[in-house]
Ligand binder design. Structure first.
Ligand SMILES: [Zn+2]
Length: 324
């Protein structure tokens, strides 16, 4: 697969990618809108005391009554995903025998929170620092997310089958919710800046595959990440708190929690952007096609070796600019 063929892989996002990672942070921003479906509360507790992490928020976007919500800290969302990304990369390195070439050996050892290589695609994308040597700013931004329902309503059972109902195709592509307690849904946003197409694919693959969150993942902390929206622009269009308060309002207005509801919310916030004409809100078909494009891009395939090499060459070059 060469450069030419790759261009246009994600049609709906043309104009929002960089051809290679830029040391100077680009304004091009893509926000992935997720409903994190949490299958137990372990990862929402502080490890020291076991207490739930909570915050006082408005009740909804129109009702400002102070209301307690459970929070999912950005750091707790990011940590397992950054580890999973490195694990995914190691599979690519192994299958394509990358370390046969001495050039790439510098990225062979990269231990999270210990000895980051500052040259692999993970370090370049998720950020890395070596005291006195390098400081790579992350381009994937994770922020605190707030439970869809207020704490007092956590046990309220809610049926989320709207995505499944929208059309068979939508249900298959995005994952369908069955009847689950409302407490298990946390709207969340991963914002990404100045990404290449292959970094975008790598990050989405990572988010799709990561299921274990929290400290004791052998027995606790399962999460399924559902994509319910994508918006691209030259700035962040919406914050996780706004997303939660808008979706909660939608429930109160008897709307479904669906891709179409999320799209309406994103269209509203597009109007608040500095230049709305530069903002693109994805339709449900565009989300489906984008996720299909990610899934179909098989980095394990021998045909994709050039893509993996290009990803690594760009990361090496980027690493050199910050490491000297
Ligand atoms: Zn690394």
């Amino acid at each position: 697969m060469n450069n030419q063929q790759n261009q246009g892989r994600f049609q709906a996002l043309q104009g929002y990618f960089e051809s290679e990672p830029q040391p100077r942070l680009s304004a091009k921003t893509i926000q992935l809108i997720l409903l994190r479906e949490i299958h137990d509360f372990t990862m929402l507790r502080t490890e020291a005391t076991g207490e739930l992490n909570t915050a006082i928020t408005p009740k909804s976007i129109t009702d400002h009554t102070p209301t307690l919500r459970v929070v999912f800290l950005g750091s707790k969302q990011k940590a397992p995903e950054t580890r999973a990304m490195r694990a995914e990369l190691e599979e690519y390195f192994s299958i394509h025998e990358l370390f046969e070439d001495n050039k790439y050996k510098v990225m062979e050892k990269c231990e999270f929170q210990k000895d980051l290589c500052c040259t692999c695609p993970r370090c370049i994308l998720m950020g890395a620092a070596i005291m006195g040597k390098a400081n790579i700013k992350h381009r994937a931004i994770y922020k605190t997310a707030y439970s869809l329902l207020p704490f007092e309503e956590l046990e309220t059972p809610i049926t989320f089958n709207a995505i499944n109902d929208a059309s068979m195709k939508t249900g298959q592509a995005l994952g369908a919710f069955n009847t689950i307690t409302g407490s298990t849904l946390v709207p969340s946003i991963v914002s990404i800046q100045g990404m290449t197409e292959y970094e975008f694919a790598l990050l989405i693959k990572t988010i799709i595959k990561t299921k274990d969150y929290g400290a004791r993942t052998a027995t606790f902390g399962s999460v399924r990440n559902n994509f319910v929206g994508i918006v691209a622009g030259l700035e962040q269009i919406i914050t996780p708190l706004e997303l939660t308060l808008e979706l909660y309002q939608a429930i109160n207005d008897k709307k479904d929690i669906s891709v179409n509801t999320t799209k309406d919310i994103l269209e509203k916030y597009k109007g608040f952007a500095s230049t709305p004409d530069k903002v693109k809100v994805f339709t449900s078909d565009e989300i489906i096609n984008t996720l299909k494009g990610v899934r179909d891009w098989n980095f394990f395939d021998s045909n994709a070796k050039d893509d993996v090499i290009r990803m690594c060459d760009h990361a090496l070059a980027f690493g050199k600019t910050v490491r000297g």
